[in-house]
Design a protein around this ligand. Structure first.
Ligand SMILES: NC(=O)c1ccc[n+]([C@@H]2O[C@H](COP(=O)([O-])OP(=O)(O)OC[C@H]3O[C@@H](n4cnc5c(N)ncnc54)[C@H](O)[C@@H]3O)[C@@H](O)[C@H]2O)c1
Length: 255
């Protein structure tokens, strides 16, 4: 018996990192998974990993789901693939990180589109299908950056969008309750993924130094996040709605 037997899970950004870990784990637990990514090769690799392990998955890549048209196109094909949607995991994001004084207007709008618009458009497209199934679970990826100032790595647009994701989650929960659609967010701490490799490759980067200070004694891994996403996707979390859960080894609450 898998914890997601019979469920159809749409996961964004399955080309690597946390989206890949979730695709592999959700499929292992019996879900039929639909992935997508900008990255064709990474998405294909994830698809192979799931299939080699005997899981059920389809994937669309390359596709940009940060626009109304892109999100609608993916959700339409995704819903058609297995006949509906029970779980929507809004994992994908693409921020531009850096001091806001040095950022351009394009940097700001790029980050807003690829971290906030992407969640709104994809969820809006998937909503009628979740309603039609009689309920479901939405999992949004926020960040501790949406809740704390980051002295070690300036990231104002990213912080703003991730705070926005937490706000969106509350409204999805409010709108969804009467349809038995739950919405919760996950706020990862410092996680080793393709997105952070540019920092983790350099042991002297501010990111690596901060990761070494973690009270749990290690950096986070995509699987740490996937295990929580699995719980939030499954019926085990049926009465959990509208919350944000930090996964960071306790780093952000310790002085
Ligand atoms: N890695 C960390 O330390 C960390 C910390 C806090 C929050 N997060 C969040 O966790 C989530 C996963 O991050 P990750 O570290 O695994 O990143 P990642 O870059 O490894 O994976 C994200 C995937 O999303 C895809 N993607 C981005 N924009 C897309 C678009 N418009 N259309 C289709 N695909 C798109 C990327 O190509 C990539 O494969 C993100 O929401 C990120 O902001 C990460």
């Amino acid at each position: 018996m898998g914890r997601l037997d019979g469920k159809i899970a749409l996961i964004t950004g399955t080309g690597g990192g946390q989206g890949r870990a979730a695709a592999v784990l959700f499929a292992k637990e019996g879900a039929k998974v639909v992935g997508c990514d900008l990255k064709e090769a990474g998405a294909a690799e994830t698809l192979k990993m799931v299939h080699d392990a005997g899981g059920a998955m389809v994937s669309m890549a390359p596709i940009d789901i940060s626009t109304d048209a892109g999100a609608n196109a993916w959700v339409k094909d995704a819903v058609a693939a297995f006949g509906g949607v029970d779980i929507l995991y809004n994992n994908a994001s693409f921020p531009r990180i850096g001091p806001f004084q040095e950022a351009s207007a394009d940097d700001w709008f790029f980050t807003v589109r690829n971290e906030l618009d992407i969640v709104w458009f994809v969820t809006r497209a998937a909503w009628p299908h979740l309603v039609a199934r009689g309920g479901g679970s939405i999992i949004n990826t926020a960040s501790i950056a949406g809740q704390r100032g980051m002295m070690f790595l300036p990231q104002s647009a990213h912080s703003a969008t991730k705070a926005g994701v937490i706000g969106l989650t509350l409204q999805f929960a409010a709108a969804g309750a009467r349809h038995h659609i739950r919405a919760n967010s996950i706020s990862p701490g410092l996680i080793a993924t393709p997105a952070t490799q540019v920092y983790t490759d350099d042991p002297e980067s501010a990111f690596s130094r901060k990761a070494r200070e973690n009270p749990w004694g290690r950096i986070g891994y995509p699987e740490d996040i996937a295990k929580l996403a699995l719980f939030l996707a499954s019926d085990d979390s049926e009465y959990i709605n509208g919350v944000d859960i930090v996964v960071d080894g306790g780093q952000s609450i310790m002085l």
